[in-house]
Design a protein around this ligand. Structure first.
Ligand code: HEC
Length: 134
């Protein structure tokens, strides 16, 4: 009897811990920084997930002209025009491509796993904050 009670208590505690943890640390709080830094938050992400194709000699660069290894390259955009509109992530083509709100062949990163919501929200926030070279 005593043993059973103990086990029941343990289960309740365990469940409370799980719910408590969830309540205290929603993913939005875990990944959102106060201000985004291009050099420290955004560029490493682009280098890691995009630059393999988006630099001189890469498939993405050869097809679109988009170099994602520098601030200047990101802001210049493709040979067809800018991909980032400072302060306006909703009309920035970059976000449409990353959120996969475009035809499958234009979803980025091309034929790879979609960027996590955290990573996309970081880029979104950086654009909203003015797409600065900070
Ligand atoms: C495996 C290679 C590859 C990777 C990785 C990749 N891209 Fe691309 N990207 C391409 C190719 C190829 C094109 C040209 C697509 C076309 O025009 O058909 C392209 C085109 C683009 C374009 C221009 C689309 C347009 O409308 O002209 C943007 C913006 C872009 N990529 C952003 C990114 C971003 C941001 C990442 C990283 C999250 C990324 N890409 C990762 C291959 C890649």
């Amino acid at each position: 009897m005593k043993r059973q009670q103990l086990r029941a208590t343990a289960i309740v505690l365990c469940a409370a811990a799980l719910i408590g943890f969830d309540g205290m640390a929603p993913s939005s709080q875990l990944c959102a920084a106060d201000t985004q830094s291009f050099a420290e938050d955004i560029l490493p992400l682009l280098k890691w997930r995009c630059a393999g194709c988006h630099q001189s000699g890469g498939d993405g660069y050869e097809k679109s002209g988009l170099d994602l290894t520098t601030y200047e390259g990101v802001m210049k955009g493709t040979k067809f025009g800018p991909m980032v509109i400072a302060r306006d992530p909703d009309v920035s083509n970059l976000m449409l491509l990353l959120d996969w709100r475009v035809a499958p062949q234009l979803r980025m990163p091309h034929n790879k796993k979609q960027l996590s919501k955290c990573d996309r929200d970081a880029i979104r926030a950086w654009i909203k904050e003015g797409a600065k070279n900070n």
